[in-house]
Design a protein around this ligand. Structure first.
Ligand code: SAM
Ligand code: SF4
Length: 361
């Protein structure tokens, strides 16, 4: 059996059982490079376009977070090269995120270029919605299929406080512009007791009035735990209980045929299956066994897991002239070292030192 060359790597805290992936990429089906040692097949990539953001959400980043110099970001050409290799290995779906992806200069052009990468079937985005009033239609025309928009509260004062500089009215306009542009829209809300613990049902009603779904996200201890406070936690069970108290019993929604697996679990009202709520419960109801994703940061660091600092720099591989073969090796090594799951603890420990805004949420 051939041995996969280890790539040029930059890694913070290597995982204990890190190893190169078996040499299937040399001897067998290239797509086997994306099967990890727990038999999980990666089919989905989250790609951060920038670590910058026009908001400063208190649970995501400190107000004074330092951003990386622009020269450190993957260029459009590098993004297309990296995606081409992922597509060759079997990735079909890309989620563009950040930071705030819509603040990357030329984002509409970039979406068109990503959508044109052979093998990439679906390009979707996660956004804070602030720029969607202007950008939703051009992004849809460029090939974006769907957008998840973050909206944690429907109270303008709370919204301004949690985002530090956000504008709720613009985000609502952005959501409506995205729906009008034909994008599939979902809403994301990080569930925090003092932020929106009393708005769970209002956020459901807001989404359902638009025929869309809201997903509540349990807060995860990124940033070395500095932004995490277990006392603010709203558990998945508490979210379901709040919805049931207001709207009646929930039933688990069956996975949609052909829909990609993801960390969100969905429930619908027993009385109205069209009214669904999603919950992303990293803390209280783990989902790592089903993980099918990798993350590439705006500076090209490949993270096999959001919950760990381990990373391999695809940008360094590219800029050292490693080309396609170097990228394949680096990706295979990262997948081969993918950990069983995150180690988030409710004490705030166990997570990465990086802020979510840097990692690409
Ligand atoms: N700026 C875009 C946005 O806000 O949707 C995309 C990037 S943001 C990092 C992606 C998602 O991560 C958002 O829904 C945000 O609310 C969520 N998020 C940020 N920090 C988080 C944390 N520590 N735990 C859980 N979710 C978090
Ligand atoms: Fe920016 Fe999104 Fe983080 Fe808020 S959650 S600071 S909008 S990256």
């Amino acid at each position: 059996m051939s041995v996969v060359r280890l790539p040029v790597v930059s890694s913070t805290s290597p995982p204990p059982a890190a190893r190169a992936h078996p040499a299937a990429i040399v001897d067998g089906d290239p797509r086997d490079a994306l099967v990890d040692r727990f038999a999980r097949r990666v089919s989905y990539l989250r790609l951060s376009l920038t670590d910058r953001c026009n908001y400063r959400c208190t649970y995501c980043m400190p107000d004074d977070a330092a951003f990386r110099p622009r020269a450190d970001l993957l260029t459009f050409e590098e993004i297309v090269d990296v995606l081409g290799v992922f597509a060759e290995l079997g990735v079909r779906r890309v989620r563009l995120t950040g930071g705030e992806p819509t603040v990357r200069n030329g984002v509409v052009d970039l979406v068109a270029r990503v959508a044109a990468v052979p093998g990439i079937d679906e390009v979707v985005m996660t956004s804070n919605g602030h720029r969607l009033p202007e950008l939703a239609a051009p992004l849809a025309t460029a090939g974006l299929r769907a957008v998840n928009v973050s909206i944690d509260t429907l109270d303008p004062a709370r919204f301004a406080a949690v985002t530090r500089r956000g504008d709720l009215a613009r985000v609502v306009d952005g959501i409506d512009a995205a729906i009008a542009a034909g994008l599939e829209v979902k809403l994301n809300a990080v569930a925090l007791g003092d932020l929106n613990g009393d708005e769970i049902t209002a956020l459901c009603a807001f989404a359902w009035a638009r025929g869309i779904v809201v997903r509540f996200i349990e807060h995860m201890p990124m940033s070395g735990g500095a932004l995490f406070d277990a006392d603010r936690e709203v558990t998945a069970a508490a979210i379901r209980a709040a919805v049931e108290a207001a709207f009646g019993p929930l039933r688990p929604s069956p996975p949609r045929a052909g829909a990609p697996r993801g960390p969100a679990r969905y429930w619908h009202l027993a009385a109205d299956p069209g009214r669904e709520v999603g919950i992303i419960s990293a803390m209280t109801e783990h989902f790592c066994d089903d993980c099918n994703r990798l993350r590439v940061t705006a500076t090209g660091e490949l993270h096999a897991c959001l919950g760990h600092d381990d990373a391999i720099s695809l940008r360094d591989v590219l800029r050292a002239g490693g080309g396609r073969a170097g990228l394949v090796d680096a990706i295979a090594a990262s997948v081969g070292a993918k950990r069983a799951g995150h180690d988030f603890q409710r004490s705030g420990g166990g997570g990465p030192s990086k802020h979510m805004v840097m990692m690409g949420g």
